[in-house]
Design a protein around this ligand. Structure first.
Ligand code: HEC
Length: 170
């Protein structure tokens, strides 16, 4: 009889654990720590894809820009072929930015400020500033090489910062 009651208690305990595990807040919590279902929906949305796309662009720009700045400002050995190539890459990348900022794409981890969409013309102006600066840099790199392009690299940096100060949050 005593054995039976211990068995029954254990059985009840097991059932209780199963019931708790099946209830949705816990399941959601578990799937969140596994990076499962709860974030899946977000990953597939157009808005989340736009966010990832623009982060990719920003990181690519950062890579190219650092290399150029290294060559003109930080004494990194100059490779003229790479200098021209990266300048062209920056010009191409800056023309691809706008499409990454579709409405509603300030998803959870995004640092994009709502002002981008409430002040779209102002934002486009900042994109335009970068396009102008990178076009000038590419032109200068092609015609006169890196030695003449120091100021243009600085202007590109200012155009990056100009937009970040207005439209990127913490
Ligand atoms: C027209 C506006 C604009 C311009 C110009 C711009 N950025 Fe950004 N950048 C943003 C915004 C907005 C974010 C935040 C995006 C987000 O989190 O959704 C960002 C994010 C970044 C990030 C962080 C990416 C990450 O992994 O979180 C880097 C790095 C970056 N930008 C580099 C650059 C560089 C380098 C340039 C210039 C060559 C540049 N950006 C030009 C608006 C701009």
């Amino acid at each position: 009889m005593r054995k039976f009651s211990i068995l029954l208690k254990s059985l009840i305990a097991v059932i209780a654990v199963l019931v708790i595990a099946a209830c949705s807040p816990l399941q959601q919590f578990l799937s969140e720590i596994r990076g499962g279902e709860a974030t899946q929906e977000e990953d597939d949305s157009l808005e989340f894809q736009a966010y990832e796309y623009r982060l990719g662009l920003m990181r690519a720009q950062n890579w190219k820009f650092r290399a150029l700045r290294g060559m003109v400002e930080e004494g990194v050995e100059v490779d003229e072929v790479i200098f021209t190539e990266y300048s062209n890459d920056l010009a191409a990348l800056s023309g691809m930015l706008t499409e990454g900022f579709i409405p509603g794409s300030n998803v959870s981890n995004s640092r994009a400020l709502p002002d981008i969409w409430t002040d779209w013309d102002g934002f486009l102006q900042k994109v335009g500033d970068l396009e102008a600066a990178t076009a000038e840099l590419a032109q200068q790199a092609a015609t006169s090489g890196s030695a003449a392009a120091g100021t243009s690299v600085q202007s590109v940096g200012s155009a990056c910062g100009g937009c970040h100060r207005s439209y990127r949050g913490e």
